[in-house]
Design a protein around this ligand. Structure first.
Ligand code: NAD
Ligand code: COI
Length: 327
């Protein structure tokens, strides 16, 4: 197992003991240098957002490793044709805890709506502890929330936003048959952009949504709008988002996922300081909440990620076909 964090270790050790399987783990990321550490094993389990490249699959093939079990949902960073041509079977964990990510998106919406960033800035930077006009927030129940992607996480987020009394509109390339009266599908993304006070993104990264949120879209959005991205960084053009926030095209952003996340992000023992100028700039803005791709991170999710991914790996090694096979 690569990229194992300290909080995963007890779950990993318990799974190994319960199933009588030897599991070896490392905190390092899987890459061309570290792949050799997997020599002699039947399969590997990984969790990372940096690319799984063709070269990596060539190396896995050379080492005779035929099974790669992801501990996460997203498969956008995988060269799937290269995996296929190297005969490497891949599984993911599609539903380890949609509520974990949905709750985080709602937390970001509340943080931004209630101007908590402005309160923290006054206290942390000016060491002042008093009311301010800039702290006046808005109720979620008075807002229209636009959800893009009504899959597992999007629907969990809708349930929570509805619980707070929001009016929810949604867009999905492949809409659900029934909305259970919880939300209304709009016909076009333009309607989401124009009508929403809060937009929460819950679709996978694909070729057709690369930089979907760009300057033209920020111009269409309300200047009081908040954008929450817990999906994938590539969906939002980072430069255009920075401009939109600085120029007042939109009012705030929750950024759990950002373009070009580094390998370091997945190394929980890293002591490296952030050098990315965008991350540093966003971190100092009171109308932004930036977090290190951590919406998933609850104890409930971690247990499921370990148990389900190691279960998938065991099934593949034993010649079975797990349900979570990625095509
Ligand atoms: P899901 O497959 O259940 O739902 C995705 C939905 O998006 C589907 O309904 C699909 O039809 C829709 N969709 C696909 N392409 C679209 C497009 N171009 N426009 C509009 N809708 C589109 O997936 P999920 O479990 O809800 O996860 C969604 C994404 O959340 C994942 O792909 C992953 O990138 C991200 N994620 C982030 C974290 C985190 O910690 N921040 C954790 C898990 C997942
Ligand atoms: C996912 O499950 O797709 C995530 O984004 C979580 C992360 C740990 C990679």
């Amino acid at each position: 197992m690569y990229n194992v964090r300290d909080d995963e270790i007890p779950f990993v050790e318990k799974w190994g003991k319960d199933h009588g399987v030897e599991v070896k783990y490392t905190t390092t990321t899987l890459n061309q240098e570290t792949v050799e550490e997997a020599a002699g094993f039947d399969g590997i389990s990984c969790l990372q957002t940096i690319p799984y490249s063709k070269e990596l699959f060539d190396s896995l093939n050379n080492l005779g490793i035929k099974y790669l079990s992801l501990r996460n949902v997203g498969t956008d960073n995988i060269d799937l044709p290269a995996a296929k041509s190297n005969d490497v079977k891949i599984t993911n964990v599609p539903a380890y805890s949609p509520d974990s990510i949905a709750e985080f998106a709602v937390m970001m919406a509340l943080y931004l709506s209630r101007k908590v960033g402005y309160m923290r800035q006054q206290l942390n930077q000016n060491h002042q502890y008093h009311f301010s006009p800039s702290f006046m927030g808005r109720l979620i129940s008075e807002q229209t929330v636009g959800v893009i992607g009504t899959g597992r996480i999007g629907r969990a987020a809708i349930k929570l936003f509805k619980g707070l009394g929001a009016n929810v509109i949604a867009y999905d390339k492949y809409p659900q048959k029934s909305t259970n009266g919880q939300y209304v599908y709009v016909k076009s993304l333009d309607e989401i952009y124009a009508q929403s006070d809060i937009i929460s993104i819950h679709m996978p990264a694909t070729d057709d949504n690369y930089h979907q949120f760009n300057h033209e879209v920020f111009e269409q959005m309300k200047d009081t709008a908040l954008l929450i991205n817990t999906a994938r960084g590539s969906i939002v053009d980072t430069n255009d988002l920075m401009y939109a926030l600085q120029s007042g095209e939109i009012a705030g952003a929750g950024i759990d996922t950002i373009e070009n996340e580094s390998a370091d992000l997945q190394d929980s023992r890293s002591t490296k300081q952030v050098t990315d100028p965008d991350i540093l700039k966003f971190s100092m803005m009171p109308n932004v909440l930036i977090t290190p791709h951590s919406a998933f991170h609850t104890s409930e999710a971690v247990k499921n990620m370990i148990d389900i991914s190691l279960g998938n790996l065991k099934q593949m090694v034993e010649g079975q076909t797990p349900e979570d096979l990625v095509d």
